[in-house]
Ligand binder design. Structure first.
Ligand code: HEC
Length: 172
């Protein structure tokens, strides 16, 4: 399959870095190495204590435009990996959903989804839900980065029709 272009990163400050109190810090930079930069920003802002441990896994932060190709890629991956639990609609009504406590929630509900950032969605997919108290949410270490971004875009689009972009980094 031809690689899907996710488009050039546009803006470079993730929500997590924003929470450290330095919004707009890096508009001049196309890409940020969050391992060093994130710690630097957090240290400068004095909030390193609040930084989740797996910040170290994020090596870049960027905003990716959500094109129809990105959504198509995300939908395909979602149907392959996620549908049995989260359901075709994302409402948490997959065929295995009733086996879990807590069961998958309704990802078409903006109130549920607005509580988490794009980066958190990406990390939950990449590393699984175990650190966040959802042991039944498996990790997907094998999805490649483009697929991961596309999955985040697709999941987010379920509660935000017309979604224009996602703010995400390279999650390894
Ligand atoms: C074996 C069943 C299962 C599979 C497969 C699965 N999930 Fe989950 N997932 C869960 C459960 C259970 C939870 C915890 C309840 C919740 O938050 O909805 C969860 C949680 C999540 C969350 C966290 C929501 C939050 O509130 O923080 C996201 C995002 C998510 N899943 C996305 C996905 C995506 C995308 C895929 C496919 C790549 C996937 N899941 C595959 C069962 C599954």
């Amino acid at each position: 399959m031809a690689p899907v272009s996710l488009g050039a990163p546009v803006v470079t400050v993730s929500k997590r870095l924003d929470q450290c109190g330095r919004p707009g810090f890096s508009l001049a930079m196309r890409r940020i190495t969050a391992v060093s930069m994130g710690m630097f920003v957090c240290a400068v802002a004095g909030c390193i204590k609040g930084a989740p441990e797996n910040d170290l896994a994020v090596t870049e932060v960027a905003e990716v435009l959500v094109t129809p190709e990105v959504l198509h890629m995300g939908r395909t991956a979602y149907r392959k990996y996620c549908v049995q639990c989260h359901g075709y609609s994302g409402k948490g009504d997959g065929t295995s959903a009733t086996a879990f406590d807590p069961p998958p929630r309704d990802y078409t509900d903006a109130e549920v989804m607005n509580a988490i950032t794009d980066l958190t969605i990406a990390e939950t997919i990449r590393f699984g839900g175990i650190d966040r108290g959802f042991p039944n949410m498996p990790a997907f270490p094998h999805v490649n980065h483009d697929e991961l971004v596309a999955l985040v875009a697709y999941v987010r689009s379920l509660s935000r029709p017309g979604l224009a972009s996602v703010q995400i980094g390279t999650v390894e």
